[in-house]
Design a protein around this ligand. Structure first.
Ligand code: 5GP
Ligand code: ZN
Length: 155
């Protein structure tokens, strides 16, 4: 079997971590909301499993359409991921019909940043998208990072 090509994953704070795409990983097979692509991306999707509570996480928020949980590898004192329950592979796979989802994401950011004590000090929302965006989990998610000064430019 052809080995997966390594790619560079930019991280917040100028740290770069080289990771290798998992065996069989393919953006092309990740299903989007227009029905393109196959089911393959969804079947193995770690965030679908977290949203379905098949894999444990430290949940900090949930509503009918979203979950939010602490990142397993936090890059800041506060680092949570806001994740649609529906499998949407990446930002550009969002359908216009998903517009309400973005309103919910905004409401969740507002609520969570207040609860986590970073609404006044400030925070960063990051949506790594596809290969050059450094996306490593092919299920749309919004990183919310705070509790320290967030450097710019990112790595
Ligand atoms: P991306 O690199 O796709 O923008 O972000 C994926 C994020 O998901 C990373 O920050 C990574 O630490 C986090 N992550 C990956 N697997 C898990 C997991 O099983 N549980 C949790 N809580 N976070 C995860
Ligand atoms: Zn998924």
């Amino acid at each position: 079997m052809k080995s997966a090509a390594p790619y560079c994953r930019p991280r917040v704070g100028f740290i770069r971590v080289n990771v290798t795409a998992p065996e069989g990983f393919s953006w092309k097979t990740a299903k989007n909301t227009n029905g393109e692509g196959g089911e393959e991306g969804m079947a193995d999707c770690i965030f679908c499993k977290i949203a379905a509570k098949e894999i444990p996480s430290q949940l900090v928020y949930e509503d009918e359409e979203l979950v939010a949980f602490k990142d397993i590898n936090p890059q800041a004192p506060v680092h949570v991921l806001i994740v649609p329950k529906k499998h949407i592979p990446h930002l550009l796979a969002l359908d216009p019909a998903d517009a309400d989802l973005l309103k919910r994401v905004h409401a969740a950011i507002s609520k969570l940043t207040r609860e986590l004590g970073i609404a006044d000090s400030g925070f960063r929302v990051v949506v790594n998208t596809l290969k050059d965006g450094g996306q490593t989990v092919p299920h749309l998610h919004f990183h919310v990072l705070g509790g320290r000064f967030m450097n710019w430019p990112p790595g």
